[in-house]
Design a protein around this ligand. Structure first.
Ligand SMILES: *Cc1c(COP(=O)(O)O)cnc(C)c1O
Length: 240
């Protein structure tokens, strides 16, 4: 049997090739797309294998799991060199503990949360980078703002001194076909362009976090600059 490290290294290589191919198809370089390796399916030991296979950004969707892994891998993080992104829902009472561990919040989805991140960043004298989560599929079960709410949120963000909004995050609807996903991704790109004039000095619409294992190539073709890929990295590996 192949060792987990080898399997993961092969999976990472395949995902990176697919990223490069999709980027080339839309006239961009592979470097213009950031791969967030989503490690929520595996323990800290296997998570480290992903970093060692050349993934510089690791993503977790649950704050508590991120805290636990960040602690377990603290030493390794310095040796291997990787950073954490929080890609899932964040409760306001978990902001303080999460802030020092992550370099980007993907899923800020309420004005109260945005203000809480700003407050925590101010207290730590740092600037927190965030994306704003938009609910593009209109799915009521999903987090995120409706597109029409975004100008108002950007206006509120412009008043906050300790955050920097760098773009949007979106998830395609769960049941969607790749054609529907493509339309949703294109709509996010269009929304970002239309919001450009509404951005204050601390905001920009350059980053688009969209696309997961089943559709990250489509997302890149439609303008994603960040893709969040989990399952594809662990094909053939035991999950916890
Ligand atoms: C789990 C997760 C992903 C990765 O999904 P895969 O289908 O496993 O690639 C991406 N984004 C978010 C927010 C997630 O929770």
């Amino acid at each position: 049997m192949q060792k987990a490290a080898e399997i993961i290294a092969g999976n990472v290589e395949r995902v990176k090739e697919k990223i490069a191919a999709a980027a080339a198809k839309s006239g961009r370089t592979a470097e213009s797309v950031t791969l967030v390796a989503v490690t929520k399916y595996v323990d800290a030991e296997t998570t480290l294998l992903v970093a060692q296979a050349g993934c510089e950004v690791l993503g977790e969707n649950r704050p508590q799991q991120l805290w636990a892994k960040a602690e377990q891998l603290q030493q390794a993080q310095q040796e291997v060199g990787f950073c954490w992104h929080l890609i899932g829902h964040l409760q306001r009472n978990k902001v303080g503990r999460t802030l020092p561990l992550v370099s980007l919040f993907h899923s800020v989805d309420s004005e109260r949360l945005l203000r809480e991140v700003d407050k925590a960043a101010g207290a730590s004298e740092v600037t927190a980078e965030t994306l704003l989560e938009v609910n593009i599929s209109g799915d009521e079960a999903k987090h995120g703002w409706q597109p029409a709410e975004m100008p108002k949120i950007l206006e509120a963000a412009a008043e906050l001194e300790n955050i920097r909004v760098i773009g949007l995050m979106a998830m395609a609807g769960l049941q969607t076909t790749s054609d529907t996903a493509r339309r949703e991704f294109a709509a996010v790109k269009q929304l970002a362009e239309s919001l450009e004039p509404a951005c204050g000095e601390n905001s920009q619409m350059t980053a688009l976090s969209m696309g997961m294992s089943r559709d990250f190539d489509v997302a890149i073709e439609e303008g994603a600059t960040i893709v969040r890929v989990g399952s594809s990295l662990f094909d053939g590996v035991d999950r916890r």
